[in-house]
Design a protein around this ligand. Structure first.
Ligand code: PMP
Length: 357
């Protein structure tokens, strides 16, 4: 603590970043990275961009990337904002679009950054409990008399549960809150969800946020983007231009464009993760685990007879790292990232041993 800290910083709860331990032969299933590498075309584009042009600033408007994303998603480039990871895109959305007094509604439980950003940007918020089945219920986000959301944010699928809200339910939330911006954080949507980008041309209050960190296996490159009405995007651009005119560097721009252009690799690698997830869910069920239905590249699970913290610690002793959650509104759960088939087989074998001990 320092006496020079601002009041805002005093109010912030320290965020514990995803764990990146340095252990040999680690089976790392804790931060929802993609188990297979990025598109070889993306890697080649990054290598080719590693040349003398790095002495020059990158394109501040990221025109090539916006054009590629616009084409991929069937929108105009003016409907796209890009940033250094979706966390930064979300930060811009908080600054550009959220009111300080009218509360932002989000689920309890959800992505831990939302309350952190509320603290940082002084945005009031209200949390809405999940249902008994750990799902988001659209009705809970519709105005109730005078109680209306100033804005709404949720991930779809939700994190850390992996549960998916169908597109028709998202549309009910967006249509039912015409005076509130609805931010749909689709970090994990490519592993089995239907993107709300399909609705952006109909609803000027919808902003959909994506990342290259999960389905495109480029967490190390830090690229995220938002899609919405041009007026929402202009708000984000104004913040960006007052903050950092060059959010993406030349290597990130080159790699991201090539990744978007390699649709086959993207589809194949997501399909592989989905198939591995289905196998892992079946294997864990055989061991007696309860697994929430997941449309993400992770699962949320618990064992009725075994404490999740003890299981996580026993796995860690075998150099297998998963996340253990104990939150106010839920019992103990493990969140396990879908790894390769081989990594998941190692995990299942270890759990079998641990349960039998
Ligand atoms: N949203 C959700 C729901 C996430 O889980 C994450 C990753 N932890 C992010 C956004 C941020 O991802 P990134 O900044 O790597 O794009």
């Amino acid at each position: 603590m320092s006496r020079f800290w601002s009041a805002v910083v005093h109010g912030l709860t320290p965020y514990v970043p995803g764990e990146q331990p340095k252990i040999d032969n680690l089976v790392k299933l804790n931060t929802n990275e993609h188990p297979y590498g990025p598109s070889p075309r993306a890697l080649e584009a990054i290598r080719s961009a590693t040349n003398d042009s790095l002495r020059l600033y990158p394109d501040p408007n990221a025109d090539a990337l916006k054009a590629a994303l616009a084409q991929r998603h069937g929108v105009q480039p003016t409907q796209i904002f890009v940033g250094n990871g979706s966390d930064e895109v979300l930060a811009h959305a908080f600054m550009a679009l959220l009111d300080h007094e009218r509360p932002l509604w989000f689920p309890d439980i959800t992505y831990s950054f939302y309350p952190v950003y509320c603290g940082l940007y002084g945005v009031a918020h209200k949390t809405i409990p999940l249902t008994e089945d750990y799902a988001i219920r659209a009705d809970d986000y519709l105005p109730q008399g005078h109680d209306k959301a100033g804005a709404i944010i949720f991930p779809n699928p939700n994190a850390p549960t992996g549960c998916l809200l169908p597109l028709a339910e998202i549309e009910r939330i967006v249509a039912g809150n015409p005076d509130a911006v609805v931010l749909v954080d689709e970090a994990y949507v490519d592993f089995g969800g239907e993107s709300a980008i399909a609705l952006v041309n109909q609803y000027p209050n919808l902003l959909v946020v994506h990342t290259f960190s999960k389905s495109r296996s480029l967490a190390g490159l830090r690229v995220g983007f938002a899609v919405g009405h041009p007026a929402l995007i202009e708000g984000l651009e104004r913040v960006k231009n007052s903050f950092n005119s060059y959010p993406l560097d030349r290597l990130a721009l080159a790699g991201a464009v090539a990744s978007v252009e390699d649709e086959d690799y993207f589809q194949d690698s997501c399909r592989k993760v989905i198939a591995t997830r289905e196998q892992l869910v079946a294997d864990l069920a055989t061991l007696g685990f309860e697994v929430l239905p997941s449309a993400a590249n992770f699962i949320f699970t618990r064992h009725p007879q075994h404490d999740a913290a003890t299981l996580a610690a026993a796995l860690r002793q075998r150099a297998i790292i998963v996340r253990h959650f104990k939150l106010a509104r839920i019992d103990q759960f493990l969140r396990i990232t879908i790894g390769t088939d081989a990594q998941c087989a190692v995990l299942v074998a270890a759990l079998k041993e641990i349960l039998a001990a």
